[in-house]
Design a protein. Structure first.
Length: 201
């Protein structure tokens, strides 16, 4: 009986190793994305600077492309963590967004997006940094496993470790949950590092 149990455990461990070895792995550079926008008057706020809501939309779009390229499937945004506005931008400025993966779980992916204001001589000044959490989904909007992430070099290792710490902080600072009768869809509202998960029909 004991031998049978030990054999089963060895078999289970072997299956786990097999599944892990069969998981597709991809590099950070495989999904690295850069997008540029010319800042037009329609994208400004009342003070004449880049409207934060417009920048948020651009960042979300860039994060989605990064995650979609890595996951090779449709993705959804599930959380925004640590979005810092460092400086503003004015009309006719060139806005450059660069997105890269920092960490991948089973179905979730953290994407770091750096936003720059590019001068006429090509000099770039960072105006925003944000971290978005994306999740790969199937046709029914259910989370599914995505390829793993190959960490290369000291910089990526530091980013990956920091991403894991942010994930733990985000989980511990979740402050509330509002449920409705039909929780098929989820809407996430975010304030700084704190977000409330809202399910709507």
């Amino acid at each position: 009986m004991e031998r049978a149990i030990i054999a089963n455990r060895k078999h289970d461990k072997g299956e786990v190793r097999k599944e892990m070895s069969e998981r597709k792995m991809k590099r950070v550079e495989d999904s690295l994305t850069e997008q540029s926008h010319l800042l037009m008057p329609k994208c400004l706020n009342a003070a004449g600077y880049l409207f934060g809501g417009q920048l948020l939309a651009w960042i979300d779009e860039t994060a989605g492309i990064v995650a979609k390229r890595h996951a090779e499937m449709n993705v959804v945004t599930v959380a925004v963590d640590n979005m810092y506005f460092k400086a503003g931008a004015r009309v006719n400025d060139t806005i450059v967004l660069i997105g890269r993966l920092t960490h991948v779980g089973r179905s979730s992916m953290e994407v770091r997006i750096d936003t720059y204001c590019e001068a006429l001589d090509g000099t770039r000044t960072m105006i925003n940094r944000a971290y978005f959490i994306m999740v790969g989904t199937d046709e029914h909007q259910h989370p599914v496993e995505v390829p793993g992430l190959i960490i290369e070099g000291v910089t990526q290792q530091i980013e990956n470790e920091a991403a894991q710490k942010r994930a733990k902080t985000l989980e511990s600072t979740q402050t509330g949950r509002i449920l409705t009768k039909q929780p098929q869809m989820r809407l996430f509202l975010f304030i700084s590092n704190i977000y409330c998960k809202v399910r709507i029909p």
